[in-house]
Design a protein around this ligand. Structure first.
Ligand SMILES: C=C1C[C@]23C[C@@]1(O)CC[C@H]2[C@@]12CC[C@H](O)[C@@](C)(C(=O)O1)[C@H]2[C@@H]3C(=O)O
Ligand SMILES: O=C(O)CCC(=O)C(=O)O
Ligand SMILES: [Fe+2]
Length: 335
């Protein structure tokens, strides 16, 4: 265990966990531990820039196919420099090494620090992880960084690179459904997106503890940069499968808003992270989100979902988490 890692809820989590076998929502834990490992569809994005029209179309089709069949894929030759990815990871590790009190109470990164889930009342609601969930509007503000001054430049560069990639992928998905790709450029901008720095410390309580509880993402799409430790799992054909880490690739997944907008053509797939008994794990997620007042309708009629704004959607999630302990998501908005 890292010395500076001093989670305040360790005691409570251990206590809850000891009660877990009788209160796990009826899930069979021993079955959960036998895990199939999958390689996500691997897409070479150099195809998007190819002069050969067939190569370009084949790349675009692969993106659309994976978004419909898996809701997840991995990309190589994505245009984000490996040096930038390495720099970002170094800064992220430095940040999480800081003592808990500093991360939680010194106002860094817009007070966006969170540890686990303080409202958890049973093991299936625990998330054994800490995160900074930062609105992009804040990342260029020098005041946000406290003593972590070198983080700022890297964050700004990283967010810009992710923004470009996310918009280019979103453009492909929008055009694939016969729509004009300026839609995404108009409603998603640097004011509405988020970066999330995740750290999963080793967890010795039990191998069944979640690093991050099962969820779907609430955005249009997410770009994830994970390390080599592994632990990410996703739902495929009604089964949990573990994602094999690939150091050269970034992971892309469809969020709830793209599922709603595409009328269920693209799938926002449930995923989770399992805690690791020995190794700490790091990941960074970039969430492509619209502004809060953007109306999310479907690109074709008849629509499966009623129209809603992103603000309304976020509010509903917060209410659900507060009242019933977890996100309900898109099903609330189904007509
Ligand atoms: C407790 C929760 C917070 C969360 C929704 C959830 O029920 C489960 C996962 C959390 C998560 C993780 C990914 C995204 O950061 C997020 C915005 C999302 O869609 O699911 C968060 C939610 C949140 O922080 O509100
Ligand atoms: O850390 C991971 O692999 C997944 C993180 C994630 O799902 C999220 O931040 O929404
Ligand atoms: Fe996620």
């Amino acid at each position: 265990m890292i010395e500076s890692w001093n989670p305040p809820l360790l005691h409570d989590y251990s206590k809850l966990s000891r009660r877990s076998s009788h209160d796990d929502g009826g899930t069979n834990h021993s079955a959960k531990l036998i895990m199939e490992e999958c390689e996500l569809p691997l897409i070479d994005l150099s195809g998007l820039k190819s002069k050969d029209e067939r190569q370009k179309i084949s790349c675009e089709n692969a993106i659309a196919k994976a978004s419909s069949e898996w809701g997840f894929f991995q990309v190589v030759n994505h245009g984000v420099s490996l040096e930038l990815l390495r720099k970002m990871r170094r800064e992220q590790m430095k940040l999480f090494k800081a003592p808990f009190q500093m991360k939680a109470n010194c106002g860094i990164l817009n007070n966006s620090y969170r540890w686990g889930n303080s409202t958890a009342t049973c093991p299936k609601q625990f998330s054994w992880s800490e995160a900074f969930h930062i609105p992009l509007t804040k990342i260029s503000e020098a005041d946000c960084y406290g003593e972590f001054t070198t983080l700022r430049e890297v964050m700004v560069e990283y967010a810009a690179a992710m923004q470009d990639l996310a918009k280019s992928l979103a453009g492909v998905l929008v055009r694939n459904l016969g729509q004009k790709d300026n839609i995404m450029r108009e409603i998603c901008n640097e004011n509405s997106c988020f970066l999330r720095l995740n750290h999963y410390p080793p967890c010795q309580i039990s191998p069944e503890i979640f690093g991050l509880v099962p969820h779907t993402d609430s955005d249009f799409l997410t770009i994830l940069h994970q390390d080599q430790v592994g632990g990410l799992q996703l739902m495929k054909d009604s089964k949990w499968v573990a994602v094999k880490p690939n150091q050269n690739a970034l992971i892309v997944n469809i969020g709830d808003l793209f599922q709603a907008w595409s009328n269920d053509v693209y799938k926002s797939v449930e995923h989770k992270v399992m805690a690791n008994g020995k190794m700490e794990r790091f990941s960074i997620a970039y969430f492509l989100c619209p502004s809060y007042d953007s109306l999310i309708g479907s690109c074709k009629e008849p629509s499966i979902y009623r129209k809603f704004t992103f603000g309304e959607y976020r509010y509903q999630i917060q209410q659900d988490v507060k009242l019933i302990g977890h996100k309900v998501g898109l099903s609330t908005f189904r007509l």
